[in-house]
Design a protein around this ligand. Structure first.
Ligand SMILES: [Zn+2]
Length: 169
């Protein structure tokens, strides 16, 4: 089931998500819905807070569903390694219509649980590293806009406020 994606400004997107204590049938159904929602958008990744569920879980697929091996489900993820630096344009399904250049490490290694509760470790460079970090930020209540410098951030926030006031957000 495709779920509605929560937009910037909703409190659930701006607070730290809670660890998953057990991968219950409910959590498994949420993972399935998140995968479907990510592909339907389409997007490269989706974190549970973006569908209104404040738990530490994200899905990423930089192939947008074209290569089955590229689908990554991470429950309770943590960084094992982070190195280098890349500067690329970034957007977010919760901030539609806005893009900005964001500095991120070039390579990361993430450890977490897969859909079945088994520990797995995934390495990402370039776009995959960016996707991992973007989704990890969501679990800490951070949206890419929060990583921008003053003027850039203020411009986007002001535009979003204006859209909200006119009921277009
Ligand atoms: Zn996002």
């Amino acid at each position: 089931m495709v779920r509605p994606i929560i937009r910037y400004g909703e409190p659930v997107l701006h607070r730290t998500a809670e660890p998953v204590t057990e991968i219950t049938a409910e959590v498994d159904a949420l993972i399935e819905d998140m995968i479907q929602t990510m592909y339907a958008a389409p997007g490269l990744g989706l974190a549970a807070p973006q569908v209104g569920v404040p738990i530490r879980l994200f899905v990423v697929d930089t192939s947008l569903g074209h290569r089955a091996d590229d689908l990554v489900v991470m429950v309770n993820p943590e960084f094992v390694e982070r190195e280098g630096m890349q500067l690329e344009e970034e957007g977010c399904l919760s901030v539609p219509g806005f893009n900005s250049t964001v500095a991120r490490p070039e390579r990361v290694v993430v450890r977490g649980l897969d859909r079945h509760g088994a520990e797995h470790v995934r390495e990402g460079t370039g776009l995959l590293a960016r996707a991992f970090q973007h989704e990890m930020d969501h679990l800490d209540g951070r949206v890419f806009v929060d990583r921008l410098r003053g003027i850039q951030r203020d411009l986007i926030v002001r535009r979003i406020r204006k859209l909200s006031r006119t009921g277009k957000w």
